[in-house]
Design a protein around this ligand. Structure first.
Ligand SMILES: *Cc1c(COP(=O)(O)O)cnc(C)c1O
Length: 820
C-alpha cells in the first residue's frame, strides 16, 4: 500500500515532466499558494496561472523553504538546490499526479455533484457513516479543478471510504475531475440555476455533470430531476427518490412538521418506512432525503438510517470573526476539526494583525485516519507555521501527545467543562483567539464565554464575497494597473481592520481613508499597506507622519501648511498625493492653478509627489459621458504638466467603481475601488451575478401582537391595518440606521422569505411590521437587507443611494465576519 510520499524523481515520471533533478527530495505536500506554505521540506509547489501568474511567486516560495517546483518555464533566476519540473500545464500536472495517487488505492469512493447541496450532503454523509468507516473527504468545499486534486491527494492507506464532491462552472471540466475521483458510487444533488451562465443551456450543464458518473456502478438521485435525461444517465444501477413518482426506489408520500423537526414517511421495497429530520427548511430536507436514499442504497437498514439521520447536526463551513471580551478578537470555528480545515483556520488567524498575541484553542481531532503520534506531530508542525503565543489543548489525545508541542504558553485540559472552569485563571486580553474544535467537544460554549453578547441586530460581512468582488474588478484591469481600496467611513460601514486585513493579505496596493484618525486606527491594527488620507487636518500632522500616512494635498493653503511642517522638522521627500478638481468642485486644484502649483513644486524637496488624481462626478451615467470625457481631458492636461515639472513619474489615477467598469481607457496606473468592493455597482446589472453584496443586516422579532381593524400603531398613531391582523415588533430603529423614512409602509423586510411592510413610524430602537397571515414567532430572524433584498432596493424605497444605506448602519450594530 502506498503512503502519500513520493520521491521527486517518481513525481517527475508520473507527470512526464522535463527538467533536471539536481537533488533528491521526498514529496508529501502539494502547494499552490505561496502565502500558505507548510511542511516546506517535503512540499511541491505548482506555479498555477490564475489572475496572477504563479511563476511570480516561485522566489517567495523558495524563500519559505520550498525546493521542488512544477513550472511551465524557468527558473529565470538562480535558485540552487531547487528542482524545476517543466510541464506544459502545471494545473494538468497537478491533476495527473492526484489521479495517479488515487489509482494506488482500492478504497470505495462516493462522488457527489449537483448545483446546490454538494458540501452539505458530503458533510452529512460523513457524519452518518463515520461510525463504521475511516473516511477521507474534501476539506470544506474544495471542489474545483484545483480543490479536487488537493483533496484526493489526502487519501492514505487507512481510509476505506472517500467522499468527494466535484464542482464545475463550464463545459469540459468534469472529465478531468472524474479521472481524479473515479467514484464507484455517484450522488447527484439538487440541480438549480447556479453556474447556468457558464453553459449554453441547462441541458448542457446537466450532461456535463453526469460525466462524473460515467464509470460508476451506481447512481443515487432525485427521480424528478432527470425525467428528461433518462437516455443520458451513464449508469446502469440507479437508486432514486421522489415525492411524486411511485416508481422511485424511495417514494416519500407524507411530510409533517413536528415541533421544528420534519417527519417523513415513504415506501421502500414495498414496505412503509419513516425518518425524522432535525431541520425544517426545504433545502435541508432535500439534502437529508438524498442522504437517506444514499444510506439505504449503501445497504443500511431503514431503522439504522432513521436513527442516525435524526442526529444530523448543521454544517458550518464558515469561520466567524467576532469581537471578544477584554478587547480580544475571536475566530469561531467550533463545528469541525481536521488537519485541512485547521490549516485554513490557522492561515486566517495568521492574516489577522489587530493584536500582537495569538492564541489557539484546539480539541482532539477525531477520525483523521492517522496514528495519534503522527497526527499530533503534524498538528504541531502546522501550528509552527504561524506565530502562536498561547496554545490550549482539550481532550485525552492531546494530553497524551503534549510532548509534540512546544509553545511559549500552553495548557491542556481533559474536556470542555474542565477548560471552562479555568477560563478566568488563564486570562485573555488583547489577543486574537482561534477556537477550533470537533463538534462533540461543544466548543460553542467556549465561544459564548469569550465573545461579547451581541445586540440581536447584527450585520454579517462575508469576506469571501469581498474577495470575489475585488477579483471581479481586478479581471477588468490591464496587468500592472494598481488597486487602491477605499476603506473610508469604516469601509463603507463594513468594518475596519477586518476588511483591511483581508485586502492586505490579498495584496491590494493602496488603502484610502477620509481622515487621519481612520488611518491611525488601521496602523494600530497592524496594517502596513500605504494609506492615503483624503482629508488631512493640519492639527493632526504629527499623527499623520508618526503613522506613515500619506496626505492628499488639495489646496495651496494645505500645501503651505504641510511644507512648513516638514521643513521645521527636517523631513524631506514626504510622500503626498495631489488632487486635481476636474469638475466635481469639492476639493482640489483647478486647471487654472496648475501653473502656480508647478512653480511651488519645482525644487521642493520636502514633499515627494506619489500620485496625481482626480475624481469623476458621473462615471456611471451615460447621459453625462460627454462631461466625463471633458474631465479626462482636463486630468491629462494637469498630470502632464506636473510630471514635466517634477521630472519624475507619478502614479496617475482617476476611476472610481463605475469608472473601472465603464471607462477602461481611463484606468491609467491605478484605480480607486469603493462601493464595488462591497457589492454595489450601478454599471453592473445584478442579473450578471458578477458582484455580490458582502453585507447582510439581520434583526429579530421581539414580540407579536394581534391588532384589530380600528387600532393604531406607533407614535402619533401613525399606523393601522385595514383588517384585523398581526404585527411583529422587531429590534431595529433609526438609531441603528434604519431611517425614519422607511416608516408607514415605505420600507419592507423579509420574514421567512416573505416581504412585509413596516407599519407606523419607525421608533428609535424598534419598528413594527405587518405580518398578518404569516406564521411568525418571537425570536424569528428578520432580514433588513442581504443578497435577496438588496441595498439598491432599500435606497430606491426612500429615494437615496446605496452608499447612504450602507454607511448609515450604526456602530451599535455588531459586525460579524464570515470566511470560508
Ligand atoms: C469614495 C471615493 C472613491 C470611491 O468611489 P466609489 O464610487 O465608491 O467607487 C474614489 N475616489 C475618491 C476620491 C473618493 O472619495
Amino acid at each position: 500500500m502506498h503512503s502519500n510520499q513520493y520521491s521527486v524523481t517518481e513525481v517527475k515520471q508520473i507527470i512526464n515532466a522535463g527538467g533536471n533533478i539536481v537533488k533528491e527530495y521526498t514529496i508529501s505536500t502539494l502547494l499552490t499558494d505561496s502565502r500558505r506554505i507548510n511542511n516546506a521540506a517535503e512540499g511541491l509547489f505548482f506555479a498555477l496561472s490564475a489572475r496572477r501568474n504563479g511563476h511570480e511567486f516561485v522566489a517567495e516560495a523558495y524563500a519559505a523553504g520550498i525546493r521542488n517546483f512544477v513550472v511551465q518555464h524557468g527558473p529565470e533566476f538562480n535558485l540552487p538546490e531547487a528542482n524545476f519540473l517543466l510541464v506544459d500545464s502545471p494545473l494538468a500536472a497537478l491533476q495527473i499526479l492526484a489521479a495517479y495517487h488515487r489509482s494506488q488505492f482500492k478504497l470505495q469512493v462516493i462522488g457527489i455533484t449537483g448545483s446546490n447541496g454538494k458540501t452539505i450532503v458530503k458533510e452529512w454523509l460523513y457524519q452518518l457513516l463515520a461510525a463504521d468507516k475511516n473516511i477521507v473527504r474534501n476539506p470544506k468545499s474544495y471542489n474545483s479543478q484545483i480543490g479536487v486534486p488537493l483533496s484526493v491527494w489526502q487519501i492514505n492507506g487507512r481510509n476505506d471510504l472517500g467522499i468527494f464532491e466535484a464542482g464545475i462552472s463550464t463545459i469540459n471540466e468534469m472529465d478531468k475531475l472524474q479521472a481524479i475521483i473515479k467514484p464507484q458510487i455517484g450522488i447527484l444533488t439538487h440541480i438549480g440555476s447556479a453556474h447556468d451562465e457558464g453553459f449554453t443551456s441547462r441541458r448542457e450543464k446537466v450532461l456535463e455533470k453526469l460525466q462524473l458518473f460515467k464509470n460508476s456502478k451506481q447512481l443515487i438521485y432525485h427521480y424528478d430531476e432527470l425525467l428528461d435525461y433518462k437516455k443520458d444517465i451513464p449508469v446502469k444501477e440507479t437508486f432514486t427518490w421522489s415525492r411524486k413518482f411511485k416508481v422511485a426506489d424511495l417514494y416519500v408520500f407524507s411530510e409533517t412538521v413536528i415541533s421544528k423537526k420534519y417527519y417523513l414517511r415513504a415506501y421502500y421495497h414495498k414496505k412503509e418506512i419513516e425518518c425524522l429530520i432535525p431541520f425544517s427548511d426545504q433545502a435541508s430536507i432535500e439534502n437529508a432525503i438524498t442522504c437517506w436514499a444514499a444510506m439505504l442504497a449503501l445497504g443500511y437498514s431503514a431503522v439504522e438510517a432513521d436513527k442516525r439521520i435524526e442526529r444530523l447536526a448543521p454544517v458550518s463551513m464558515r469561520l466567524e470573526l467576532k469581537n471578544g471580551v477584554s478587547n480580544c478578537s475571536v475566530i469561531d470555528d467550533s463545528y469541525n476539526s481536521d488537519l485541512q480545515s485547521l490549516e485554513i483556520a490557522l492561515n486566517f488567524l495568521g492574516q489577522q494583525n489587530q493584536h500582537q498575541k495569538k492564541t489557539l484553542i484546539l480539541s482532539d481531532i477525531l477520525q483523521s485516519g492517522l496514528q495519534q503520534d503522527v497526527l499530533y506531530c503534524q498538528v504541531a508542525n502546522l501550528i509552527g507555521t504561524q506565530r502562536i503565543d498561547k496554545f490550549i489543548g482539550v481532550g485525552d489525545a492531546l494530553i497524551n501527545n503534549q510532548t509534540c508541542f512546544n509553545l511559549p504558553e500552553q495548557h491542556f485540559f481533559k474536556d470542555t467543562p474542565a477548560l471552562l472552569q479555568q477560563l478566568k485563571t488563564i486570562g485573555f486580553k488583547d489577543e486574537t483567539i482561534l477556537i477550533k474544535g470537533s463538534r462533540s467537544f461543544e466548543f460553542e460554549r467556549i465561544s459564548n464565554a469569550l465573545t461579547q453578547k451581541a445586540h440581536e441586530t447584527i450585520m454579517e460581512i462575508n469576506l469571501n464575497t469581498l474577495l470575489g468582488n475585488l477579483n471581479f474588478y481586478r479581471s477588468k484591469l490591464k496587468p500592472g494597473v494598481k488597486v487602491m481600496a477605499m476603506v473610508k467611513a469604516f469601509s463603507y460601514g463594513s468594518g475596519t481592520f477586518e476588511v483591511a486585513n483581508m485586502l492586505q493579505y490579498n495584496k491590494v496596493d493602496y488603502l484610502a481613508v477620509a481622515y487621519i484618525d481612520e488611518g491611525v486606527a488601521l496602523r494600530q491594527a497592524g496594517i502596513n499597506l500605504p494609506i492615503m488620507v483624503l482629508n488631512p487636518e493640519a492639527s493632526a500632522f504629527d499623527k499623520l507622519t508618526e503613522n506613515k500616512l500619506q496626505p492628499v494635498i488639495y489646496s495651496f493653503g494645505l500645501l503651505d501648511d504641510f511644507v512648513i511642517y516638514t521643513q521645521e522638522r527636517g523631513i524631506v521627500n514626504y510622500p503626498v498625493h495631489l488632487k486635481i478638481d476636474t469638475g466635481m468642485h469639492r476639493l482640489g486644484f483647478e486647471n487654472l492653478d496648475i501653473e502656480t502649483l508647478c512653480d511651488m513644486l519645482e525644487q521642493n524637496r520636502y514633499v515627494h509627489i506619489q500620485s496625481v488624481f482626480s475624481h469623476l462626478v458621473a462615471s456611471e451615467a451615460p447621459e453625462h459621458d460627454e462631461f466625463t470625457k471633458k474631465q479626462i481631458k482636463r486630468f491629462e492636461k494637469a498630470f502632464k504638466e506636473i510630471e514635466k515639472t517634477l521630472g519624475y513619474k507619478v502614479i496617475k489615477h482617476l476611476c472610481n467603481t463605475s469608472g473601472i467598469t465603464r471607462w477602461p481607457s481611463a484606468h491609467y496606473d491605478m484605480v480607486r475601488l469603493g462601493i464595488g468592493l462591497y457589492g454595489v455597482d450601478s454599471a453592473v446589472p445584478a442579473s450578471d451575478n458578477a458582484l455580490q453584496p458582502i453585507a447582510s443586516l439581520k434583526t429579530s422579532v421581539a414580540q407579536v401582537k394581534k391588532i384589530g381593524a380600528g387600532d393604531t400603531i406607533s407614535y402619533g398613531r401613525s399606523g393601522s391595518l385595514l383588517k384585523d391582523g398581526k404585527i411583529a415588533t422587531v429590534r431595529i430603529g433609526y438609531a441603528d440606521g434604519y431611517l425614519r423614512a422607511f416608516g408607514k409602509g415605505v420600507g419592507k423586510m423579509l420574514v421567512k422569505g416573505t416581504l412585509v411592510p413596516t407599519v407606523g413610524n419607525i421608533t428609535m430602537d424598534m419598528c413594527m411590521l405587518d405580518v398578518s397571515g404569516l406564521d411568525v414567532n418571537e425570536g424569528d430572524e428578520v432580514i433588513v437587507f442581504n443578497d435577496q433584498l438588496r441595498i439598491e432596493e432599500l435606497a430606491r424605497q426612500i429615494g437615496t443611494i446605496p452608499y447612504e444605506i450602507l454607511t448609515n448602519v450604526s456602530q451599535r450594530v455588531k459586525r460579524v465576519y464570515f470566511y470560508e
